[in-house]
Design a protein around this ligand. Structure first.
Ligand SMILES: *Cc1c(COP(=O)(O)O)cnc(C)c1O
Length: 719
């Protein structure tokens, strides 16, 4: 086996007494431990914000006198010692959930592949929901002590930076990431050269080096083609996410699937479970079959064996949203591969074939479904949609017998929970609430939180959101790059007393960000009522190639700039995890308006719920399972429409009337202490029911029992 050298690039020359800050900075455990973040923030809060909460950049830039000042404070050192102790205890723990429950399976390995990982705003190699889910998956796997290892890309340009022009048009800007500012370790071979894997693409071999990130106890390996052996074009292969260029896409996917499997092998891994988060990584199955055939197995036997360990999660309920390639591209990239697999072109194509109105295509989820023993959707309703969509792969089965189950998504509680909410839980549920994240009985304790204290925290969080939007806008205003009307759109008129609604997500037409503008005058009457004003904050990016998505942003932005709203409609530019955190923690209402049943799950509403915001959403994806009639509101009813015009009309009417008749009156009804008692009762019902049910802990335990465990045991699926 190759000898691997881990090259820790960052040495910060810290004073001995606080040397451990570099240990904290190198392992992204700090992301879900607010006390660890505060070790940096405390030294210089302004620098902490300006480096985008990045401990490595922070330590490189921090002023020595400030560091010394903090070091001279006993309370700082006490905090520091506590955090280091917590970190070391965490890393060494023998009593993890996994070890306790599966003591005989500690030598098993689970490989988790995803096209994107959303871990933190300072690591912009994610685009949206899929990436955030992958990031949360890793963090929870670490917390539970699961033997999971992940593979993805470190995109040097990350996802684009969004700028909105005066007229509401989305412009994209590039930001080059400096890997020295990312907590990754360069893996080197015995000659101290970057450790590399390669894949064959038409007419050439493409190399990729491997970076390692430590996410608590879990490792994430990130591939990067920017190495000298590659042509200038190939060096850029892993520069950007979700290219619209199909050749780039197929090359990236070959690299992720086949290259990723090779990387794990090179690093000495031999996983028994291979989890493909979406179809992008499905080529890994081909690589594994090819490897197994080297031991003398036939294609049929090798693929049957490989199948047993594969788990596939689909996220895409819209047929056109699935990742697919024209057959000429498959011919170009795979002719060599099917020869090596000893199968004909037709047999190879059949592995991924789907016939579209315009001809045959090779579809990645089809490949993943054919080569995985187990597959799941990400909510119950989504599983029905998926069963229908993929029924053609099981022509002898009825729709409800298509073997696609579901594990409803969740969120990593401590990544998304406001620190102040955590302190309330410490006090009224017990210091050990983190050990009971998915235990509904434990969360009954939410009832013990006094209304006044809960309300004080909620007001604090809304204040933080308002200040954040104000300050961000102030800075761009000072830079002289925006007009007064853009400053108003950016939130200078936001204030912390009004009922505040958040709407943030990718701008895709089915998400209907413009739904509440169908009757603009009625919306204006609602939000500008001087006795009971309402503010609505929008944020989100459209994929750069999605023209209808960009038009949707423009439509929303024009409404936001309309002076009739009194500055109560806001658009926060460049949605990312930082803005998401401020929003889900600070708003009163989280709103989601997908055109049912197009939302596979959705997760942002779960983040809002655990911070004490109330959901007001279409009964689609997760909310259809979470809503119990008392813990938030539904938009519309559980109904299948054939006419989208009728559907949009019904849903928008439902928004207006529920706001007017229920939400706004409830929010503004106060007792003699000015506390909205009935509102808080609903918040508690939401916290109690939704926090455990939509925790990533619940989700990961389901993956373990229903998917990973049988895969480890090599069991056939019972479905
Ligand atoms: C949570 C999150 C998402 C996904 O939210 P959805 O509800 O699934 O749309 C997307 N982007 C960011 C930055 C997030 O934090």
């Amino acid at each position: 086996m190759t000898k691997i050298i881990r090259d820790y690039p960052n040495s910060f020359n810290l004073p001995r007494r606080v040397e451990g800050l570099s240990t904290i900075a190198q392992n992204i455990w700090w992301i879900w431990n607010p006390q660890a973040q505060r070790l940096f923030q405390y030294i210089d809060p302004l620098l902490w914000n300006s480096v985008n909460h990045n401990p490595i950049s922070f330590l490189r830039k921090v002023d020595r006198t400030r560091l010394n000042a903090a070091m001279n404070e006993p309370s700082y050192l006490e905090q520091y010692d506590q955090v280091l102790h917590d970190f070391e205890t965490y890393m060494k723990a023998e009593n993890t959930w996994y070890r306790k429950n599966y003591p005989k399976l500690t030598d098993q390995q689970i490989a988790y592949f995803s096209f994107e990982f959303g871990l933190h705003e300072s690591m912009p190699f994610y685009a949206g929901g899929l990436g955030i889910l992958s990031g949360d998956h890793l963090k929870e796997a670490s917390d539970l002590g699961m033997p999971l290892t992940a593979v993805g890309f470190i995109y040097s340009q990350g996802y684009f930076v969004q700028h909105i022009t005066e007229d509401g048009w989305q412009e994209t800007r590039v930001r080059i990431m400096d890997f020295k500012e990312v907590p990754v370790i360069s893996l080197l071979d015995e000659n101290r050269k970057p450790l590399k894997i390669s894949v064959d693409l038409p007419g050439r071999t493409v190399y990729a080096r491997i970076w390692e990130m430590q996410a608590g106890r879990v490792h994430l390996f990130l591939l990067d083609t920017d190495v000298e052996e590659n042509s200038p074009t190939d060096r850029q292969l892993t520069a950007r996410l979700y290219s619209s260029d199909l050749e780039v896409r197929i090359s990236q996917e070959i690299l992720l699937g086949m290259g990723g499997a090779r990387a794990l092998k090179l690093l000495g891994y031999d996983p028994s479970v291979w989890h493909m988060n979406e179809g992008h990584s499905a080529f890994l199955a081909l690589e594994r079959i090819r490897e197994l055939m080297k031991t003398g197995l036939s294609f049929a036997d090798a693929s049957a064996k490989v199948r047993l360990g594969n788990v596939f999660t689909t996220h895409t309920p819209v047929p056109a949203g699935n990742d697919m390639f024209p057959l000429w591209l498959i011919d170009k990239y795979f002719a060599q591969v099917w020869a090596e697999l000893g199968i004909s072109r037709d047999d190879f194509i059949a592995l991924g074939k789907q016939t579209q109105p315009w001809g045959d295509t090779f579809v990645m989820p089809v490949l993943a479904l054919r080569l995985s023993e187990r597959a799941n959707a990400v909510s119950e309703l989504h599983s029905h949609v998926s069963q229908k969509m993929w029924n053609f792969l099981w022509p002898d089965r009825s729709e409800e017998n298509v073997p696609i189950g579901y594990v409803t998504n969740g969120v990593h509680t401590r990544t998304w929970l406001a620190r102040r909410m955590g302190l309330l839980f410490d006090q009224y549920l017990g210091q050990d609430w983190q050990d009971h994240l998915d235990d509904p009985a434990f969360w009954e304790g939410v009832k013990n939180i006094p209304d006044a204290e809960l309300w004080a925290v909620r007001r604090h969080l809304k204040n933080k959101l308002v200040n954040f939007a104000n300050e961000r806008t102030r800075q761009t205003w000072q830079n002289g790059t925006i007009t007064p009307s853009q400053a108003i759109a950016g939130g200078v008129f936001l204030e912390p007393y009004s009922l505040t609604i958040g709407f943030a997500r990718r701008f895709a037409t089915y998400k209907r960000a413009n739904l509440m503008f169908r009757d603009f005058d009625r919306l204006m009457r609602i939000i500008t009522n001087p006795y009971r004003p309402v503010q609505i904050i929008f944020a989100g990016k459209a994929h750069p190639a999605d023209e209808p998505g960009k038009l949707l942003i423009q439509q929303v932005y024009r409404a936001v700039k309309d002076s009739r709203s009194g500055g109560r409609l806001i658009f926060l530019e460049d949605y990312d995890m930082n803005i998401a955190r401020y929003m889900v923690q600070g708003v009163d209402i989280w709103m989601n308006t997908p055109r049912r049943p197009n939302e596979a799950s959705g997760t942002s509403g779960m983040k809002a719920a655990l911070n004490g915001a109330l959901n007001f959403s279409i009964l689609d994806g997760w909310w259809r399972e979470g809503y119990n009639g008392k813990n938030g509101w539904s938009i519309g009813i559980e109904k299948d429409y054939t006419d989208t015009e009728v559907q949009d009309n019904d849903d928008s009417q439902s928004i207006y009337s529920t706001l007017e008749k229920e939400i706004i009156p409830l929010f503004y009804e106060r007792d003699s202490q000015k506390i909205p008692v009935q509102w808080l009762a609903m918040v508690k019902e939401s916290l109690r029911t939704l926090t455990p049910q939509f925790s990533l802990q619940r989700m990961l335990k389901e993956y373990m029992t229903d998917y990973y465990l049988p895969a480890m045991q090599g069991k056939k699926s019972e479905k």
